[in-house]
Design a binder for this molecule. Sequence first.
Ligand SMILES: [Zn+2]
Length: 312
Amino acid sequence: MGVNSIPENYLNILACPYCQADVKQSQDQLVCQSCERKFPIKNGIPDMLPYDDISPKFQLSINSWNKEWKKVGLPAKGQTKADPSYVYVTKFICRHAPSENEWGPFLEAGCGNGQLALLVAKEKKGLVIGIDACHEACEQSRQLFDREQEEGFFVVGDLRHLPFKTASLGYMFGWGSLEHFPDTQVAVQEIYRTLRPGGRVNTSVPVISLATLGYYQIWGNIPELPLIKPLAEWFHHRLLRGRHLQYGYEKSFTIRGIKKYFTKVGFENVRHGRPDNYYRFERPPWEWLRALARWLSQFRLFWLIVYVEADR
Ligand SMILES: [Zn+2]
């Protein structure tokens, strides 16, 4: 047991990603109390990916991001709290949180290497959970939290089969995760299921604009538009066999399109906006061009991402 022993308060939230029944710990694995599927735990991180239902497009995303996180590695000590992009988003998360006593449990969907979750954990009391489809991401998150002596819990899983009980979460935050697989609606339905009444979701995705139709094509972003989407999917996945897709499968949405996914499953007060975060723009080699891109990104025609927020 030891490192792989899941604390009670987190174990109580977890559920089988296939049938949503309770899971129990049995040595180094979690066992579903209904369908009896087993989920191994490694370094305190349960692997609750639904391997029976992972499409080639999603597998491509997982592989690309595993590679990406291995390249990025653990941030140096003090690096996260000095990084304007993380500081901006942490402020955004806190400002947009549901009322103070309904904050938790907080889930970051697509937690990456845990830097954002870390700043949130430092800001708030209560449970902080991160989920990511990449082992490497969860592993780095775990190491980061251990190093910073913060409490948090990480699980490898899929947004379309969330390994949490119905109505168990208070606030779900996910930037840059919903766009990485074709079936957005299933994931939004799962978010609705796992949030408790009064809970809130805030998610951000690439939005279709002059900027994303141009800049995001460097890594083969797929605009979710009639005719264009199937063509772009065919071009990248069939013709180029994913060679051009640095971040795996990635879509961009119209504002109307992404909001519709939320209203359709019953979310209330579905609203959107431009997140006032800090864009680094690593690709252009000149600072003047990066500054111009940052300035342009405030105008709707050049928005890169849009946040959608909704109440359960
Ligand atoms: Zn089950």
